[in-house]
Design a protein around this ligand. Structure first.
Ligand code: SF4
Length: 406
């Protein structure tokens, strides 16, 4: 059965409605996603936030309690309209023979939408973005893992191509959370699933120490681990940010020690997760300026707005809207005044004097450009990036079995 023939029926069991992994084709070998830097060029990381709902209360979250508990959920019919508009846009770009769309299910907690919603959405997406039209589609799912049942492992095995991503923030989310999370990760790897973690570096992880954190992820057999700085946002401003967020200099020190330990473990022949930031920084060295701006992604919110994180009052994060896909065409949103301004701000590195003159401006970890904080390492983690570049050949010599790409 081909993917396009798959039908979702509530009468069938999960096993009968899931595709086989062999149905999927890998990303074409000659498609270098590191060089496809914009939606307009045919590479779209379509960040899916059709629901912001989540039953947890994590200190770093950018969502309000009201949004997490009661915000509207985009219907699958509306989601289909949004996807058809993206397809309409690409249909008009006949010079783009191949388009790669990565559906990054983010949220809120995507699994809270339920299996019926997700399977319906997957099937409709597959019908719109077909191979015949030149699309390559991939689904990446980020989950807290806390509320899911066994059936989700089948979703990760099939639609997720044997893989999923999960948040790991140590004791910042509480002991009860960690106990359950640990159990679920072990269950997943025992079933042969590949697990990636994404962590916000916080004071609880700092206290555990980078060596212990990496040892723990090795023990869990995690394949890839990413570590992001803890950002100030409208929800955590006040006591949560002050309590949990280390300065960027602390982040850089943590990452240097973590990578040093990574090198030691790799040298000893141990299986170690590859570190997302190391791969990102090294893979982008010497690449064009567009390699370090978010030109290839936008987030879709429940009411149809396409947005990306932006900053005001210094480095306070909020979501900047570019347009509404239920009311406008995709082209109108991509070419909106708001998105043009945003992309210009990324290209000019927010006009930060220290950034425009910096040799790392094309490969540091400043994900969305903003002012730096005085008296601290920059948000691009210059100290850590310097260390990575100084140790590049040593690190590369042990990375041959792991892709140095984001
Ligand atoms: S490393 Fe720091 S100073 Fe250099 S470009 Fe990135 S954010 Fe700016």
């Amino acid at each position: 059965m081909s993917k396009s023939e798959l039908k979702f029926s509530r009468k069938k069991t999960i096993g009968q409605i899931l595709p086989e992994q062999s149905d999927y084709k890998d990303i074409p070998a000659d498609f270098d996603q590191n060089m496809q830097l914009s939606i307009e060029n045919g590479f779209f990381v379509f960040t899916m936030m059709p629901s912001l709902r989540c039953s947890l209360n994590c200190p770093h979250c950018y969502l309000s309690l009201e949004q997490r508990r009661n915000s509207p959920i985009m219907s699958v019919d509306q989601l289909e309209i949004a996807c058809k508009k993206v397809d309409e846009y690409y249909s008009g770009k006949t010079h783009l023979k191949r388009k790669v769309i990565v559906f990054y299910w983010y949220g809120g907690e995507p699994t809270d939408m339920g299996l019926d919603y997700m399977l319906d959405a997957f099937n409709r997406i597959e019908k719109i973005f077909t191979e015949e039209k030149g699309y390559y589609v991939r689904h990446d799912i980020l989950t807290s893992l806390i509320k899911i049942d066994e059936a989700w492992f089948d979703i990760f095995r099939t639609w997720g191509r044997g893989h999923f991503q999960t948040s790991f923030d140590g004791l910042m989310r509480g002991k009860g959370y960690m106990r359950l999370w640990d159990k679920r990760v072990r269950e997943a790897t025992a079933k042969g699933l590949s697990v990636s973690t994404i962590s916000v570096v916080n004071n609880e992880l700092m206290e555990d120490g980078p060596e212990a954190v990496l040892d723990y992820l090795c023990e869990l057999e995690v394949d890839e681990a990413s570590f992001l700085p803890f950002m100030l946002n409208e929800q955590n401003v006040g006591n949560k940010y002050e309590k949990y967020a280390p300065p960027m200099s602390g982040y850089s020190d943590f990452m240097i020690k973590l990578n040093t330990h990574w090198y030691k473990l790799k040298s000893e022949g141990k299986k170690v997760p590859y570190i997302g930031q190391m791969s990102y920084v090294i893979s982008r060295k010497g690449m064009p300026p567009a390699a370090n701006i978010p030109g290839q992604t936008m987030f879709l919110l429940p009411e149809g707005d396409f947005v990306l994180p932006d900053y005001r009052d210094g480095y306070l994060e909020y979501m900047k809207p570019f347009g509404n896909i239920l009311e406008q065409t995709f082209e109108e949103i991509l070419t909106s005044k708001s998105r043009k301004e945003y992309i210009r701000k990324q290209w000019t590195r927010n006009r930060n004097t220290e950034c425009v003159t910096c040799t790392h401006k094309n490969n540091c970890i400043m994900e969305f450009w903003k002012p730096n904080r005085e008296g601290d390492d920059c948000f691009g983690a210059k100290k850590y990036v310097d260390w990575l570049i100084n140790n590049e050949s040593k690190l590369n010599s042990l990375s041959h079995d792991q892709p140095l790409m984001f």
